[in-house]
Structure formats: C-alpha cells, structure tokens
Design a protein around this ligand. Sequence first.
Ligand code: HEM
Length: 119
Amino acid sequence: ADDGLYRALGGDAGIARIVDGMIDRAYADERIKQKFDGVNPKALKESIRKQFCQLSGGPCVYEGETMAKSHAHLALNKADFNALVEDLQFAMEEQRVPFAVQNRLLALLAPMHREIITR
Ligand code: HEM
C-alpha cells in the first residue's frame, strides 16, 4: 500500500502528536467535552492513533470497534462532528502539517460522518 500520507504526517511519532493534540483539545472543548465524560483519554488516543496510522497507509492494524458501534450511544450531530474536526485541524496546524496534507487526512475521515452522526 502507498504509505505517502503516513510519512507526510510524520509516521507513528507525528501521528501520536497530532492525536494527542486533538484529544486534549476535545476534552477541553466546551462544545463537546461532555461527550467524553468517563472515557479514558489514553485508551482513546491509542485507538485513534492506530486508526489514523492504518488509514494513512502505515504499518498498523486498527482493532477497535466500527465507527457506528463506538458512537451510537453518544447521539452526535453535525455540529459535534465539525467541532472535533476543528480540534484536529488545530492539532495539525500546531504540528506544522502542510495544508494539503491536512486535507488528505480530512478527506479520508469525512465519509465517516455517515456512521458517526446519528441525529
Ligand atoms: C471523523 C470523526 C471521528 C473519528 C475518526 C473517530 C474515531 C474514534 C475511534 C477510533 C474510537 C475508538 C473506538 C474503539 O476503540 O473501539 C472513538 C471513540 C469515541 N469517540 Fe470518536 N471519532 C470521530 C468523531 C467523534 C465525535 C464527533 C465525538 C464527540 C464529539 C467522538 C467521541 C468519541 C467518544 C466519546 C468515544 C469513546 C466511546 C466509548 O468508549 O464509550 N468521536 N472514536
């Protein structure tokens, strides 16, 4: 598989920094933080790191739940989804990820809204 995006994101270390930044922001984000009540941030980061690694062509296997199953109980709407995407964009900006590379990752995540947004 083509690991170009994985490498452009900085490999495992780069993706870890991006995901840490995104999740730290989300847990402090007044718009969505209540959705993360009682959720262990370490485990969530680990899961999303693996997902992003695999999605970007890296040598990882995501072993978590489907997006539908892991988000169903959260009753997420479009605004929730957009808020988390914004937190991710800030995290990538912070890591100086080039805009075109940011957009390649976002394009892979965008179709997931069909499974994640349930109201
Ligand atoms: C493209 C958007 C999203 C992606 C790629 C994503 C990815 C993930 C992944 C990989 C997991 C872990 C599943 C597992 O380990 O089995 C997860 C869980 C979770 N996500 Fe998302 N997510 C997205 C959107 C959102 C949004 C918008 C929210 C809330 C505002 C959210 C809140 C959560 C919470 C709270 C959990 C933990 C659920 C639990 O353990 O009970 N996610 N997400």
